[in-house]
Design a binder for this molecule. Structure first.
Ligand code: SAM
Length: 327
C-alpha cells in the first residue's frame, strides 16, 4: 500500500499517454499550440507498460488514461490490452475529448473499459468551436450519444469559463436530464500554456451551485466516495446527476489519492506542484526497477499537504498547459 507523508492512501494513477491534442481549447493552450515534445521523449508503449506494472505492484489499483488526447496515439489500444492483464489493477478509465474515440468504442467495451470522461464545454456549436478552435462539434456529439447508448458510464467534464460558456450551464443540464450521465462543472485552472494568468475566478464552485439551484431549486446532495474530487447532486426529476469540482479552490486535498505520470515520464504528486522525478530517464539510463520504485516512494514521501502549498514550488506564474501535465 502506498501512503504519503501525510498518511493519505495513494491508489489512483492518471497516466498521460501523449502531450498532443487535436483540439486547441483556449483555456488549455494558445492557438498555435505549445511546444509539443519530440516523439522520442514520449514514453513508448512498452515503457508505459513497465512503469504501470511497477506502480500497480506498489499499490496503484486504478488507472485513468489521459493526455493530451489519448486517441491521437494510434497504439493506445495496445497499451490498454496490456493494462487489462495486470493483476491488481481493478479499474481502467479514459478521459477524452471524444473526437477520435468512435472506431474504438467496440473494443473498449470488449476490454471491459466502461468509465469514460468526455470533455465538453458547450452544447452550442458556435460556442464549442470558439472554445476548441476546431470544427468537431458534430463528431463529439455523435460519439457522446453512442457512448451513453452503448452503456458506458459517462461523465461530462465542463470547465466553466467566464464570458465564454456560462450561458450553456443550464441548457446542458436540461439536455442531459434524460440520460444516466454525470455532468461535472470544473473551475478553470491557470494551466493554459501561458495564454493568461489569473489569481481569482468568477465561476468558483459555490457560484456555479447557486446559478444551478436558482434554475432548479429542487435538488438533493448525493453521498460521494471520500476520495471524490466532485461534490455531487441530483435535480428532482432528472436521470442525470451533476457535480462540482473545486479544482481552483482546492477543497479536496485532504483526501487526495492521486499520482500523475506525464507522457514524458515526469512523476507529479499535485497538479499545482513541480515534477518530483523523471521515471523515463531512470528507466532508459539505469533500466533498474529498484531505482524506479525508490523514485516513486521518494515522490510520495515528499507530497505537499495541499495544492496551495504545492504552488509554492513554482517561483513565478504557471506557464504549463494541462495537455503536457496530463489532465
Ligand atoms: N484530451 C482529453 C480531454 O479533452 O479530456 C484529456 C486531456 S485534457 C488536458 C483533460 C481535462 O483537462 C479536460 O477535461 C480539459 O477540459 C481539462 N483542462 C484543460 N485545461 C484546463 C484548465 N486550464 N483548467 C481546467 N481544466 C482544464
Amino acid at each position: 500500500m502506498l501512503l504519503d507523508n501525510h498518511n493519505r492512501h495513494i491508489n489512483y494513477l492518471r497516466l498521460a499517454v501523449t502531450d498532443r491534442c487535436n483540439l486547441r481549447c483556449n483555456y488549455c493552450m494558445p492557438s498555435e499550440g505549445i511546444d509539443f515534445v519530440k516523439n522520442d521523449k514520449l514514453l513508448a508503449i512498452d515503457e508505459l507498460v513497465t512503469l504501470s506494472t511497477i506502480l500497480v505492484g506498489q499499490g496503484i489499483d486504478k488507472i485513468r488514461i489521459t493526455g493530451g488526447e489519448p486517441f491521437v496515439r494510434k497504439d493506445l489500444m495496445l497499451l490498454l490490452r496490456h493494462l487489462k492483464k495486470l493483476d491488481g489493477l481493478k479499474d481502467i478509465s479514459v478521459t477524452t475529448n471524444a473526437t477520435l474515440i468512435g472506431p474504438y468504442i467496440t473494443e473498449l467495451k470488449e476490454l471491459g473499459i466502461k468509465d469514460v470522461n468526455v470533455s465538453l464545454d458547450a452544447i452550442d456549436k458556435a460556442t464549442f468551436e470558439r472554445i476548441t478552435r476546431r470544427d468537431q462539434y458534430d463528431t463529439v456529439h455523435e460519439n457522446l450519444i453512442r457512448l451513453i447508448s452503448e452503456g458506458f458510464n459517462v461523465r461530462i467534464n465542463f470547465i466553466v469559463l467566464e464570458g465564454q460558456n456560462e450561458q450553456d450551464i443550464i441548457p446542458i443540464l436540461e439536455l442531459m436530464k434524460h440520460y444516466p450521465v454525470s455532468v461535472r462543472f470544473l473551475e478553470e485552472m491557470p494551466f493554459n500554456g501561458g495564454s493568461k494568468s489569473f489569481q481569482t475566478i468568477k465561476w468558483d464552485y459555490k457560484t456555479i451551485l447557486s446559478h444551478i439551484t436558482n434554475a432548479f431549486p429542487k435538488y438533493t446532495k448525493l453521498k460521494s466516495p471520500i476520495t471524490s474530487t466532485s461534490i455531487n447532486y441530483q435535480i428532482e426529476g432528472h436521470k442525470s446527476t451533476f457535480g462540482l469540482i473545486p479544482s481552483f479552490s482546492r477543497t479536496f486535498c485532504g483526501t487526495c489519492n492521486r499520482l500523475r505520470l506525464t507522457a514524458t515520464g515526469d512523476i507529479i504528486t499535485c497538479l499545482y506542484g513541480k515534477p518530483k522525478a523523471n521515471l523515463r530517464d531512470i528507466l532508459r539510463h539505469e533500466g533498474n526497477s529498484d531505482k524506479i520504485k525508490e523514485a516513486i516512494l521518494s515522490a510520495i514521501n515528499s507530497r505537499a499537504k495541499t495544492g496551495f502549498e504545492a504552488q509554492q514550488e513554482h517561483k513565478s506564474v504557471f506557464s504549463s498547459s494541462m495537455t503536457s501535465i496530463g489532465g
